[in-house]
Design a protein around this ligand. Structure first.
Ligand SMILES: NC(=O)c1ccc[n+]([C@@H]2O[C@H](COP(=O)([O-])OP(=O)(O)OC[C@H]3O[C@@H](n4cnc5c(N)ncnc54)[C@H](OP(=O)(O)O)[C@@H]3O)[C@@H](O)[C@H]2O)c1
Length: 257
């Protein structure tokens, strides 16, 4: 599909979770739309699923885009502060953050350890809290923009062995709704739900038993995220956007809650 929307030229966008999956596709798509992308993930990520920040940056540069890479563990407070400091030191401003980083824990309650529970909340809720708090302040000082957190239906609907992921995503969603209440008009804090399974590298490796026919890929989700970033941040603030597979370039918004 040809992208005919306005370019994101001169916009600096941080994409967390950019080493693979949806985050990698978001980074490539935003760079193709003209954004200067700062691709972020851990330096010692999960090697089972391939992809690094460096490989995503190389792909963007090879396609003629603008990108740099930084390592940041979203579970570490000092690394989150350091990330924003580094980006602001290297760029004129910061126009958007798309947080696709997540810890996805799969274990039934009987096998779920307290460490798994804590780590899910550190990455999926505590890290986004620290990031949102710091970013709302600096983005308001630099003219505003979007802070988008990826979420999933598991925040609302229980599914087997996904208790830690679902509970931490539910906390993330309350964080976003609360932060939006306190955001000034210039910064839009919002959620994006891919609305079901996405055929990422990780998902395909972990679920070879599934029939993936018709399941959207990361680049379809990324195009919808791009259309979100083209909206006025004030109009996106506090909204929960849901991917609509019948209109991959558009997104529908759930009513205010
Ligand atoms: N795939 C789906 O079917 C689906 C469906 C609905 C919602 N979602 C949501 O969409 C988002 C992206 O999912 P995905 O499937 O693309 O996930 P993924 O393939 O597992 O990628 C997760 C990304 O997060 C990074 N990451 C993990 N822990 C991190 C940490 N502590 N600090 C910084 N980065 C970290 C990973 O990089 P490193 O390991 O290199 O750090 C990787 O880049 C998630 O919020 C997920 O809940 C996905």
């Amino acid at each position: 599909m040809t992208d005919r929307g306005p370019a994101l030229t001169r916009q600096t966008v941080i994409v967390l979770g950019a080493s693979r999956g949806i985050g990698r596709a978001v980074a490539l798509t935003l760079a193709a739309a003209g954004a200067t992308v700062v691709a972020v993930a851990r330096s010692n990520g999960d090697i089972r699923f391939g992809g690094t920040v460096e490989s995503t940056v190389s792909e963007i540069l090879a396609a003629g885009g603008s990108a740099s890479g930084l390592n940041c563990d979203l579970s570490e407070e000092t690394q989150i502060d350091g990330l924003l400091d580094e980006v602001l030191a290297a760029h004129a401003g910061l126009d958007a953050i798309v947080n696709c980083a997540a810890r996805l824990t799969s274990a039934p309650l009987a096998d779920l350890s307290a460490d798994d529970w804590d780590e899910s909340f550190r990455v999926n809720a505590r890290g986004p809290f620290l990031l949102t708090k710091a970013a709302m302040r600096v983005m308001a000082e630099h003219g505003g923009g979007h802070i988008v957190h990826l979420t999933g239906s598991g925040a609302h609907v229980a599914s087997h062995a996904r208790i830690a992921t679902g509970a931490s995503k539910a906390a993330l969603e309350r964080l976003v709704i609360g932060a939006a209440l306190e955001s000034d008009e210039s910064v839009g804090v919002s959620l994006f739900d891919p609305a079901g399974l996405v055929k990422t590298e990780r998902a395909a490796i972990l679920r070879p038993d599934l029939d993936w026919t018709g399941v959207p890929g990361p680049s379809e989700i990324a195009r919808a995220v791009l259309s979100l970033l083209r909206r006025d941040p004030a109009a996106a603030n506090g909204q929960r956007f849901v991917f609509d597979p019948s209109r991959p370039d558009l997104i529908r918004t759930e009513p205010d809650r």
